[in-house]
Structure formats: structure tokens, C-alpha cells
Design a protein around this ligand. Structure first.
Ligand SMILES: Cc1ncc(COP(=O)(O)O)c(C=O)c1O
Length: 370
């Protein structure tokens, strides 16, 4: 059993992927070829934003967004400590200070009730993460941000395709930043990412930063980077967009069937807590993550039973060695710390069968036994 099965997906879309890649090889515009512009149109339409800027990774998307907003050394950017490293890494890389706000333990996303207390005169932006494929509570976050005149960047690396109150992830705040890492719900065959905004000025800036900050050839009013998505990756993503809605629906079916199997095996208040999706959200389940006691034991036993699992993420970011200078002691973000100790992700992809899922949950039932 695979944790994520990209081979079955490839067999399904092979004719389209192969033809589209072959076209790139024929026309030879490997960088910023026509596929990139086409993909940007398809993705902007899909998310419902005016602009999409395709970039080289989700990490670079976050960096470019922060650069476009002129976040600078000495500034503070608020995010959650329970996320992938890149979120806070990019804030720190440009010299700003990551300021953490603890999570809502039901959704594992930044808790808006704790947000306002973290805002200081140095706060320059708020960067909530839509973790595991479920959007953070953007109405509440945007309301607080706008009271303080602060821009909001959605770290939507895991949530492309999800909806919040009927609107799509990436279109919920000033800038959305997503990742097309191969294992993401929409993934390419290498690194990739994209930025989304309705703001014409920001879109122009982000396009310039993507190519060394140049506004015309060899003219550089600002610094940037090599942040482009290449044409072959755009071609792959165009092929995958043909089946994306169907795959999102399949992920929802897999998640519903996990939930039913878990309730059958453990009851409603049992040893395994399935994910909680808010009634106003749809989730793309970049991960299907549950909470258990004695996670390390469960992990070992699942491995012995031949069921692959993963932990996203074992260390909250304020406990990462590189962030020791932030001086945020263990105990400061207890809900993130508890989640980091308790979460475990089960195999999740659109091609998982009910039979495989039954095997996963049976192994889980054995693994959580005292
Ligand atoms: C929440 C989050 N932010 C940022 C990233 C960075 O994306 P990438 O791996 O494409 O650089 C990821 C990817 O794993 C992520 O999960």
C-alpha cells in the first residue's frame, strides 16, 4: 500500500501528460513558455482571482509574497507554530520575526480568538496556514487584520482546491500562496507553486520579483530571485487540472469512508480522533490526519503491520533549534505542542480502495491497544 499513489494517477492521465510534455520539448521554450501563461489563466479562473503568478515552489511563493509586501528586517509576521517549517522559515529568511499564535485544536489552524493579542506596532503581515487541506477561519482573521490595516497572506500550500464559505482557498485574502510539490492535492513532477491575488499592483510586483526584480529586460528597480515555474511543470499541471475536480471528490469519498470506519472501530469519543471539518469548509485532505495517544508506539506498530504513516509535524516551530533566538519556551503554545505529540497521518490519495482503508483502520485498532 502506498502512502500517496502517483503512479495510478499517471496511468490515468498518461496520454495528456505525455502529449503536453512532448509539445514543450518540440517548441523548446522551456522557461516561461506558453504553458505557463495558459496555466496561470486556468488556475486564476479556478480559484476565482484576477491574477495567478506561477512560481518555482510553495516556499518561493511565500518568499515572493513577503517581498512584494516589503516585509523587512525588524518587522513581525504572525503565523501558527504548527505547520511545515517553510512558513516561518521564509519570514525569518527576509529578516523579519515570526510571531506565533496557537491553534484551534479542532481544526489545527491558527485560532483567530488569540490573534489580536499578538499584534504589535511592528506587525507587518498575518500569514495563516490552511493546514492539511482545510482553510483557516479567514472571515475572522481578515476582520482583525483590516481593523489593524494589515495584509493577510494565506499559506495555502496544502489547500489548493478547498473552499471556505463557498469561496476557494487562495482567493480568501490579499495574497494566496500554494505549492505544487508532487505529493500535494495538485502536484507537478518536481517543485512548483503559485501566487494568487486580485490586486493589479501586487501581481505586477510578484511577476517582477519572480524574475530578479526586473520590470523590463536587464533593468532592476528591486531585488528578486529565479522564481519561475518551468514549462514542463506547467504542462503537467494542465494535464492534472483535467481530472482535478474528480480527484477532489474522490478524496472526499475516501475521507468520508475513513471517518465511518473510525467511528465504527472506536466510537465517537474513542482512542482515535478523526479530523474535524467545519460545516462551512470543504477539505482537500492533503493529509488525512488523526490524533492518538502514545503516537510513537502507534507509528511503530503501523509500520510493523505494513501500513505507511507519516507525522505532519513532530516539532512545533518555536521548538526548532534555529528559532531558539525567538525565546519562546516549551509550554507557550500548548495546543500546538499537544498536536505535534499526537498527530499521525494515514495513507490518503484519490485511488485508495475501501478494502485498503479497512486494512488501515484494522491496523490502527491493533496499534492503539494498551
Ligand atoms: C504549509 C506549507 N507551507 C509551505 C510549504 C512549502 O512548499 P514547497 O515544498 O513547494 O516549497 C509546504 C510544503 O510542503 C507546506 O506544507
Amino acid at each position: 500500500m502506498d502512502f500517496i499513489d502517483l503512479k495510478t494517477q499517471y496511468r490515468r492521465i498518461k496520454p495528456s501528460v505525455d502529449a503536453r510534455i512532448a509539445r514543450v520539448l518540440e517548441h523548446g521554450q522551456y522557461v516561461m513558455g506558453p504553458e505557463v501563461a495558459e496555466l496561470e489563466q486556468v488556475l486564476a479562473r479556478y480559484c476565482g482571482t484576477k491574477h495567478c503568478v506561477a512560481v518555482s515552489s510553495g516556499t518561493d511563493a511565500l518568499l515572493i509574497a513577503l517581498m512584494a509586501l516589503d516585509v523587512a528586517p525588524g518587522d513581525e509576521v504572525i503565523t501558527a507554530p504548527f505547520t511545515f517549517f517553510a512558513t516561518a522559515e521564509m519570514i525569518a529568511l527576509i529578516g523579519a520575526r515570526p510571531v506565533f499564535v496557537d491553534i484551534d485544536p479542532r481544526t489545527w489552524n491558527l485560532d483567530p480568538a488569540k490573534l489580536e493579542a499578538a499584534i504589535t506596532p511592528r506587525t507587518r503581515a498575518i500569514m495563516p496556514v490552511s493546514l492539511y487541506g482545510q482553510c483557516a477561519d479567514f472571515d475572522a482573521i481578515n476582520a482583525i487584520a483590516s481593523r489593524h490595516g494589515l495584509p493577510v497572506i494565506e499559506d495555502a500550500a496544502q489547500s489548493f482546491g478547498a473552499t471556505y464559505k463557498g469561496r476557494r482557498s487562495n482567493a480568501l485574502s490579499l495574497i494566496g500562496a500554494t505549492s505544487f510539490f508532487p505529493s500535494k492535492p495538485l502536484g507537478c513532477y518536481g517543485d512548483g507553486g503559485a501566487l494568487f491575488t486580485d490586486d493589479d499592483g501586487l501581481a505586477k510586483l510578484m511577476r517582477e520579483i519572480r524574475v530578479h526584480g526586473q520590470d523590463r529586460r536587464y533593468h532592476h528597480p528591486r531585488l528578486g530571485l529565479t522564481g519561475r515555474l518551468d514549462s514542463i511543470q506547467a504542462a503537467v499541471l494542465l494535464a492534472k487540472m483535467e481530472i482535478f475536480d474528480d480527484e477532489v471528490a474522490a478524496r472526499a469519498r475516501v475521507a468520508a469512508s475513513y471517518e465511518r470506519l473510525i467511528r465504527e472501530a472506536f466510537g465517537t469519543d474513542g482512542a482515535v480522533r478523526p479530523p474535524c471539518v467545519e460545516p462551512f469548509n470543504t477539505c482537500v485532505f492533503a493529509q488525512y490526519t488523526v490524533e492518538v495517544d502514545r503516537r510513537d508506539v502507534v507509528e511503530t506498530r503501523m509500520k510493523a503491520a505494513g501500513v505507511p504513516t507519516a507525522v505532519h509535524y513532530p516539532v512545533p516551530l518555536h521548538e526548532q533549534p534555529v528559532f531558539a533566538y525567538l525565546d519562546q519556551p516549551v509550554g507557550r503554545f500548548p495546543l500546538s505542542e499537544a498536536a505535534a505529540r499526537r498527530v499521525i497521518s494515514l495513507p490518503m490519495h484519490p485511488y485508495l480502495t475501501e478494502e485498503q482503508q479497512a486494512k488501515v483502520v484494522a491496523a490502527l485498532a491493533e496499534a492503539v491497544r494498551p
